[in-house]
Design a protein around this ligand. Structure first.
Ligand SMILES: Cc1cc2nc3c(=O)[nH]c(=O)nc-3n(C[C@H](O)[C@H](O)[C@H](O)COP(=O)(O)OP(=O)(O)OC[C@H]3O[C@@H](n4cnc5c(N)ncnc54)[C@H](O)[C@@H]3O)c2cc1C
Length: 385
């Protein structure tokens, strides 16, 4: 049978979309370039909001994930401060009567849990199949595939969650290079983390420590040359530099492992829909990790698209009206997420002295006004609509 929807990419976002369609009568085929059982990316820690947890719970994935040792770590408090200026605030889950503000999740463990859920669902997943071009007409999507059984697959809708949007012709993308890299590493401290995360804005850029299993995941933003220097330091000197960077906010670092870097850029599709085609997840927007928003936006893309497809009569799946409905429903959350993250990097990641005062004021107001703090925390947890 011709599929109604072909999903390109069974990463966390594509798999979440597929699972959202599992109990409907929509015919779905999922393609993924990776071999069965492999993970596409190196291990990384994903920052998940409470809203993202609810999406994964509804897909029956969260329980399986949370049972695995160290696959999920709750963030109960976040200490936010700036170097060289006044102002700090602390966001607490207890203020919201929630078990956590967010979670740090292992990419590999999440991918394995999603793969297992897809296998249980009976949805057709074709591993080792790469989409080389996604196009089509106003009547159908056409996906050229390479790999096992190279062919052209047609469907009412191509949903592209390949992490880059590279295969899609006709979706214009925009890129802003921050001229910075993120140095990531695992860090151990004398004291257990007790669910407390740290985010500090410094003239070099933001630096964060996220609780993860028995250690912290470090994300240290710096210029490429500074990151090179930091990579070259021996462990003791690196930990001393980290302690200096965090000033009086935290200390007692005793061990570091797995230092590596990746380039930071904002990349987004100007429009997420084209004829019979939609891009979602990182294929639609790849954000700076400063606010931990990117992956959560992607999961909300998947949840919303699944709902709209299920609510659309079969003959209309993938038509221009359905795609316009999807684009409209995601517009505010998507642009707010992009603008919020980019604004945070521009204002809090800048070393312009005249910005220190407004930054301190913003943090002080956030700390002093419980209503503002609650609204800010809610936006970080559930997105902006
Ligand atoms: C270098 C780097 C580091 C990151 N670090 C962090 C971090 O520390 N914390 C955080 O929260 N987020 C991080 N992110 C972002 C996070 O990885 C993404 O938000 C998340 O992976 C998006 O999920 P996705 O499903 O959209 O894409 P992906 O995870 O990229 O999955 C894409 C899937 O599509 C498949 N695929 C790709 N091309 C094709 C094709 N042509 N045909 C068929 N299948 C294809 C791949 O095999 C893969 O399974 C990082 C991103 C990058 C690039």
């Amino acid at each position: 049978m011709l599929p109604d929807v072909v999903i390109v990419g069974a990463g966390p976002v594509g798999a979440t979309l597929a699972l959202g369609l599992a109990d409907s009568d929509v015919a779905v085929t999922v393609l993924d370039a990776r071999a069965k059982g492999e993970t596409a990316r190196g291990e990384r820690s994903l920052a998940l909001s409470h809203g993202a947890r609810l999406i994964l719970e509804r897909r029956g994935v969260w329980g399986v994930l949370a049972e695995q040792a160290d696959a999920v770590t709750a963030i109960t408090d976040i200490d936010i401060s700036q170097a060289g200026g006044f102002g700090m605030t602390r966001l607490c889950a207890a203020d919201h009567d929630l078990p956590a503000l967010g979670y740090v999740v292992s990419y590999r463990a999440l991918q394995a849990a999603l793969d297992a859920a897809l296998a249980r669902s009976g949805i057709e997943v074709r591993h080792g199949v790469t989409a080389t071009a996604v196009g089509g007409t106003s009547a159908y999507a056409a996906i050229d595939v390479a790999g096992a059984g190279a062919d052209v697959i047609t469907a009412r809708l191509a949903a592209v969650a390949d992490g880059t949007g590279a295969a899609v012709a006709g979706v214009a993308r925009q890129r802003h290079d921050y001229g910075q890299v993120a140095l990531i590493a695992r860090i151990w401290r004398e004291e257990p983390h007790a669910g407390l995360a740290y985010e500090r804005f410094t003239p070099e850029g933001p630096v964060a420590l996220l609780p993860e299993g028995d250690h912290y995941g470090l994300v240290w933003t710096a210029t490429a040359s500074r990151a090179e220097q930091l990579l070259a330091l021996d462990d003791a000197s690196f930990l001393a530099a980290l302690a200096q960077h965090f000033g009086n906010r935290t200390h007692g670092f005793i061990r570091v492992a797995d230092r590596r870097t990746f380039a930071l850029a904002l990349e987004f599709a100007r429009t997420t829909v084209g004829p019979r085609c939609v891009v979602l997840g990182n294929a639609a927007q790849a954000l700076h990790p400063v606010a931990g928003q990117g992956f959560n936006l992607g999961l909300r893309d998947a949840a919303e698209l699944a709902q709209i497809v299920v609510d659309t009569p079969r003959d209309s799946i993938g038509d221009a009206a359905m795609l316009a409905r999807y684009a409209r429903s995601r517009r505010t959350d998507r642009w707010a997420g992009i603008a919020f993250t980019h604004g945070l990097v521009s204002v809090f990641g800048s070393d312009l002295p005249f910005l220190r005062w407004p930054r301190g004021l913003a943090l002080t107001l956030l700390d002093a006004l419980p209503g503002a703090r609650r609204a800010f925390t809610r936006a970080v947890m559930f997105g902006l609509r």
